[in-house]
Ligand binder design. Structure first.
Ligand code: PBG
Length: 331
């Protein structure tokens, strides 16, 4: 088919709003959003996160209220991240295995408040629990060891499943962890608990505000480049995704978001598996800072970014802007 001007004028269908609506290829709804929430200790506590203006840590009952808010806004799922008290952090991150840790208390509170009206996704990695801020166990040389870490991550995942988590999301980037967690879930009676693997997770400069929010930023020595991916690599992301699917992931994730939309698209085209994208803390902060500096309208910048994720092929987006976006979408 050859189309040419003036028979074809692509501006024709753009003339009026009704026509633009009719020809729109990508539709964003609140059901495309996953809302990450930070948990803190105490009762009735709200702690604003300085590097994420508009985002707070909430104590457990506040998390349950946010979960109810998600249901009311049409957001299907929340993702939980604990800010563990400094005194409970240790070399080996044992607090991750405590059935009464912040994470497990929050899962139970959400379940009590919302039943199965909202999905609860829980992060599996040790960084909110370790005194050194790394996602796994470190040897004398400071190297994050793989297989011993996987054994702890399995226990962490089971601890979360026991508390009622719906989706286990390993964000640690250890080799073989999806298979180990899947087998443990099967054997532990949690066959229907999902795994959303952070498959293509890059060693990114965009995670800074998150590390403030969970309190691991000041503790972290060095970087995470021996386990998180090199931002220069794309083929390797497909290899990570292929392995995680073979090991039992129900869905996969690409992270961060906007700088990696080519990866989202390649995963979507190559595999028959839902692919989610994480618009991470630094991306949230950039939009807020840009809008505050007069670089553009916050809501417009946000909606254009989220639409880009869907156009790239994402089944959904994890974003701290989820409640803002859902309110805009709900009018
Ligand atoms: C922990 C984890 C991180 C994020 C999600 N899970 C930080 C990291 O790997 O250092 C980042 C999320 C964000 O920046 O919003 N493993």
């Amino acid at each position: 088919m050859t189309r040419s001007y003036p028979n074809t004028r692509l501006r024709r269908t753009r003339t009026h709003g009704w026509s633009r609506a009719m020809h729109r290829e990508t539709v964003l709804t609140p059901a495309d959003l996953i809302w990450p929430l930070f948990i803190t200790d105490g009762q009735g506590v709200e702690e604003p996160v300085a590097s994420l203006p508009g985002v707070s840590r909430w104590s457990v009952e506040g998390i349950a209220k946010r979960a109810r808010e998600a249901v009311d806004l049409g957001i299907p799922c929340i993702a939980l991240f604990p800010n563990t008290q400094p005194g409970l952090r240790s070399d080996k991150g044992d607090e991750a295995l405590n059935p009464d840790n912040l994470m497990c208390r929050a899962i139970r509170a959400v379940r009590d408040a919302c039943g199965n009206d909202v999905g609860v996704l829980t992060d599996v990695a040790l960084d909110p629990y370790t005194s050194h801020g790394q996602d796994g166990l470190v040897d004398e040389a400071g190297y994050v060891v793989n297989d011993d870490t996987v054994a702890v991550l399995v226990d962490q995942a089971i601890n979360q499943a026991e508390a009622g988590a719906d989706i286990i999301a390993p964000s640690d980037m250890m080799d073989g962890r999806v298979k180990a967690i899947r087998m443990a879930l099967e054997m532990g009676g949690y066959a229907n608990v999902q795994i959303m693997a952070y498959s293509a997770k890059y060693a990114s400069a965009f995670y800074g505000p998150f590390r403030d929010a969970v309190g691991s930023g000041g503790l972290l020595q060095g970087d995470k480049k021996t386990y998180q991916m090199d931002p220069a690599n794309g083929d390797e992301a497909l290899a990570e995704v292929a392995l995680d699917i073979a090991e039992g992931a129900d869905s996969v994730m690409v992270k961060p978001g906007l700088a990696y939309l080519d990866i989202v698209r390649r995963v979507k085209e190559r595999f028959e598996v839902p692919v989610f994208a994480y618009m991470v803390s630094g991306e949230y902060a950039l939009i807020e800072a840009g809008a505050a500096a007069g670089a553009g309208d916050r809501d417009a910048l946000l909606m254009e970014s989220l639409t880009g994720f869907k156009r790239a092929g994402a089944s959904g987006v994890l974003t701290y802007h989820a409640p803002v976006a859902a309110r805009l979408l709900n009018g």
